[in-house]
Design a protein around this ligand. Structure first.
Ligand SMILES: CNc1nc2c(CC[C@H]3O[C@@H](OC)[C@H](OC)[C@@H]3O)c3nc(N)[nH]c(=O)c3cc2[nH]1
Ligand SMILES: [Zn+2]
Length: 370
């Protein structure tokens, strides 16, 4: 029995957008879907029951962080990540490739893997494709990611080319090391912002063959139009009947563009990280709740939002909580932002179902005055 199966349900007549259903060991996911990020086995400030209430179908956790603390063997001994964090729905773990390069200190990369020092206590560590796979198998997420190198941005063409070749050799080692029959393994396509390198990487990764395919190396500081162009450049290079995931994407407008380009799965820290800084997403763009203009504003964050926060709390109260640095500020702001992102995806799925994604996309931009 395959660890996952993907069914392409409907293709939008006016775009590359598509409805899909991804069935995993812990249940089915309707795509396109946004995956809240729970790096250290928690989507910050939210309980699993609250995550379900705001519409979460699948959440992420991170190999790098959980390996360093509390340790993947500990989580494995305690029954795996689902039991450890009381989440019984689908989960995906990232391979740690990105964090080793962005968080690890004094890292040294070789063909074998990456030596680095922990950003927590400076202790020395080594992660290789085989180690990353062993960690992810111990954690037990429904979908594991290949250990890859996310090249820095910007980077020389020659560096990006060498890097994608290494990522391919590592992907083959990941596939050989991966044993868990109830866990899917996704390949990651690199190639920087160069269409021909993206095609080369996609050919190499799809030749190895995985349960699903991700675009890595995006949302790393490139301009929006470059990011969006790469999405469209890469769309036809991934198998149509496999789930397609863009890592680290993104803001609401990036999600709409990525769906328009034919992608199915997305993750980003934005809804929760921005919430903790008072930045709230609405149907008319973003607001920052700490602004003085909201001091006596009794209206909800977004009158068009049906979430628990918008039904019960005023902007004035949320501004007070934020300025008072109350814990409830992070909770209510995260609750609303997650609901916004997940409700946006539900609206997108409904629009594709009606064959009206193109007009949905136009209305989305019109509501933002762009
Ligand atoms: C934001 N932009 C971005 N994110 C990215 C991530 C996830 C970061 C991972 O870090 C945690 O969020 C901070 C999440 O982990 C739960 C996420 O999966 C990537 N992961 C891999 N393996 N390879 C990439 O090329 C890559 C590129 C990214 N670009
Ligand atoms: Zn709301």
């Amino acid at each position: 029995m395959a660890a996952i199966s993907f069914e392409l349900i409907k293709k939008d007549p006016g775009s590359l957008a598509r409805l899909g259903s991804l069935t995993t060991t812990h249940g089915s996911i309707q795509t396109p879907i946004f995956m809240p990020v729970g790096t250290q086995a928690t989507v910050k400030a939210m309980t699993p029951e609250e995550l379900v209430e705001v519409g979460s179908q699948i959440i992420l956790a991170n190999t790098y962080h959980l390996y360093l603390r509390p340790g993947h063997e500990l989580i494995g001994r305690l029954g795996g990540l689902h039991r450890f964090m009381h989440w019984d729905r689908p989960m995906l773990t990232d391979s740690g490739g990105f964090q080793v390069f962005s968080l690890g200190e004094l890292r040294k990369i070789s063909e074998e893997g990456v030596n680095f020092r922990s950003h927590i206590d400076g202790s020395r560590h080594f992660i290789s494709p085989e180690v990353s796979i062993a960690i992810q198998e111990a954690l037990g997420a429904d979908i594991a990611m290949c250990f890859d190198e996310c090249p820095p941005y910007p980077a020389e063409y020659s560096y990006v080319q060498k890097s994608l070749e290494l990522t391919t050799r590592w992907a083959l080692r990941c596939k050989k090391a991966h044993q868990r029959p109830d866990q899917a393994l996704f390949g990651i396509v690199q190639g920087g912002m160069h269409p021909e390198l993206r095609r080369e990487s996609a050919r190499q990764i799809t030749d190895i063959g995985f349960d699903g395919y991700a675009l890595g190396g995006l949302s790393v500081g490139e301009e929006k139009e470059v990011m969006h162009r790469m999405m469209h450049e890469c769309s036809d290079i991934l198998p149509e009947n496999s789930p397609r995931y863009i890592m680290g994407i993104g803001a609401p407008e990036d999600l709409v563009e990525a769906v328009n380009a034919g992608f199915d799965m997305f993750d980003c820290v934005m809804p929760t990280r921005n919430a903790r800084n008072g930045a709230l997403f609405t149907s008319f763009g973003r607001i920052n709740i700490k602004a003085a203009v909201y001091a006596e504003d009794q209206s909800p964050i977004d009158p068009a939002c049906s979430c628990y926060v918008c039904r019960n709390y005023s902007r004035a109260y949320l501004r007070h909580l934020y300025r008072s640095q109350e814990i409830l500020a992070s909770r209510l702001n995260s609750w609303h932002n997650l609901h916004y992102f997940l409700d946006l995806m539900a609206q997108i799925r409904a629009a594709i179902g009606r064959g009206e994604f193109a007009s949905f996309r136009n209305d989305f931009y019109a509501a933002r005055g762009s």
